[in-house]
Ligand binder design. Structure first.
Ligand code: NAP
Length: 329
C-alpha cells in the first residue's frame, strides 16, 4: 500500500470516528475503514450507540464478502472481550481480514488484548501511534475514572466575556457561534452555573443557524443550589447538582464521558480549583474592551510562575474569530 493510499484509509477511519462523537458514550467514538489491495476503501463504519455494533462490525457488514483479504484500519485497537457485543478481534478473523492497522492502544483493561489475538490468528498487525482527536475525551475519562471536562468561553483579545455594563451579546461572530452549536452536538453534557442559568435563560441545545435541532443533543446540567425560575431549561428538562463534584460523579455513572463547561466565571473557577479541567476551548474575538467581566471571577494564581498553563492542540479561524483548543500538561 503506497503512503498516499494508506493516508486516505487513515483519514477515512478518523472521519468515520469523528462522525460518531456525541452518540457513543460510555463507549468511545471509533472509526474503521476496510481497504483492498488496490487501495480502494471498501467500506467504513463507526461505533453505534450503546448496545449496538462497534465500528469494525459496522464496516464488515457494509463490505460483506469483499472484506475477505482486506486491510482494516481502526482508530482504536479492536476489542477482545464480550461486553454487550462480541469481540471485534474474533469477527475480523472470521471475516478473513489479513492486516489490521490501529492508531490507539486500548487502555480499557477488560477490552485490551485484541492485537495479540489477531497476531495469534495469523493477521498482520501494525500499531501506528497517532493522536486521534475524537478519542481524547474518552481516553482521559478512562484514565481518570470521571468524565473528561472541557472549559469553553468566548472572550475579547484582552480576556473579557462582557463589557462593564454587562452586555455580552455577541462577543464573537456568527461563524464561531455556529461552530459552538456543532460542538455541543458532539458532547455528552453541557454544564452551566445557576448564575448563568438565571441571568441568560439559556436553552443549552445544539442548534443549526436556522434554529433546527441537531439529532444528537447533550444532557443539560446546572450546578448550584438556587432554584431556577420558569424558563427555557425548566421547559426543556435539566439536571441540577449542588457542586462540581456531585455533577461529575452523577454524569460518570450516567455514562457521560465528554462534558463541556459553558460558564460562568464563578463556576469555571470552581472546576479549576477542583483540578478537573482537562481541556480549554477559547473563542477569541478581535476586539478590545479594556475593562469588563473576566473569563474567571477571581485569581487562581498570585504570581506568574503559578499560572495554570495548557498546551495548544489546535488553532482555527472561524470568520473573524479564532478558536484555540488546549489541553492540560
Ligand atoms: N461570554 C461567555 O463565554 C459567558 C459564558 C457563560 C456565562 N456568561 C455570563 O456569566 C454570568 C454568570 O456568571 P456567574 O459567575 O455569575 O455565575 P455562574 O458561574 O454561572 O454560576 C455560579 C454558581 O455556581 C454554583 N456553584 C456550585 N458549586 C460551585 C463551586 N464549587 N464554585 C463556584 N460556583 C459553584 C453556585 O450556585 P449557588 O449559589 O446556586 O449554589 C454559584 O453561585 C452571566 O451574566 C452570563 O451571561 C458569559
Amino acid at each position: 500500500m503506497t503512503p498516499d493510499v494508506l493516508q486516505e484509509a487513515l483519514d477515512a477511519a478518523v472521519s468515520a470516528g469523528e462522525s460518531a462523537r456525541g452518540t457513543t458514550s460510555p463507549n468511545p467514538p471509533v472509526g474503521c475503514a476496510l481497504v483492498d489491495d488496490h487501495g480502494t476503501v471498501l467500506a467504513t463504519g463507526a461505533t453505534s450507540p450503546v448496545g449496538g455494533p462497534h465500528a469494525e462490525i459496522n464496516a464488515l457488514r457494509h463490505a460483506g464478502e469483499r472484506a475477505r483479504g482486506a486491510t482494516a484500519v481502526v482508530t482504536l485497537e479492536p476489542c477482545n472481550h464480550t461486553g454487550r457485543t462480541g469481540p471485534c478481534s474474533h469477527a475480523l478473523v472470521r471475516a478473513g481480514i489479513t492486516r489490521v492497522i490501529y492508531l490507539t492502544a486500548d487502555p480499557f483493561k477488560p477490552a485490551a488484548g485484541g492485537a495479540d489475538y489477531l497476531r495469534d490468528h495469523g493477521v498482520e498487525v501494525d500499531y501506528r501511534a497517532t493522536r486521534v482527536a475524537a478519542l481524547q475525551p474518552w481516553l482521559r475519562s478512562v484514565a481518570n475514572e470521571r468524565p473528561s471536562v472541557t472549559l469553553k468561553f468566548a472572550s475579547t483579545l484582552d480576556g473579557f466575556t462582557a463589557a462593564v455594563d454587562g452586555t455580552s451579546q455577541w462577543v464573537t461572530g456568527a461563524d464561531a457561534r455556529a461552530f459552538v452549536h456543532e460542538d455541543r452536538a458532539r458532547r455528552d453534557a453541557i454544564v452551566v452555573g445557576t448564575g448563568t442559568a438565571i441571568a441568560d435563560n439559556p436553552s443549552l441545545t445544539a442548534r443549526r443557524p436556522d434554529g433546527t435541532l441537531f439529532a444528537s443533543q447533550p444532557r443539560r446540567v446546572v450546578v448550584g443550589k438556587r432554584d431556577l425560575p420558569e424558563g427555557n431549561l425548566t421547559r426543556l428538562g435539566f439536571e441540577q447538582y449542588a457542586s462540581p463534584e456531585e455533577a461529575l460523579t452523577a454524569l460518570w455513572h450516567a455514562g457521560a464521558r465528554d462534558v463541556l463547561i459553558e460558564g460562568g466565571a464563578t463556576l469555571a473557577v470552581g472546576f479549576l480549583e477542583l483540578g478537573v479541567i482537562d481541556a480549554v476551548q477559547a473563542y477569541v474575538a478581535p476586539a478590545l474592551l479594556g475593562q469588563g467581566r473576566g473569563v474567571l471571577d477571581r485569581a487562581i494564581a498570585s504570581t506568574i510562575a503559578e499560572a495554570k498553563r495548557f498546551h495548544t492542540t489546535s488553532v482555527r479561524q472561524l470568520g473573524e474569530d479564532v478558536l484555540i483548543e488546549m489541553e492540560k500538561y
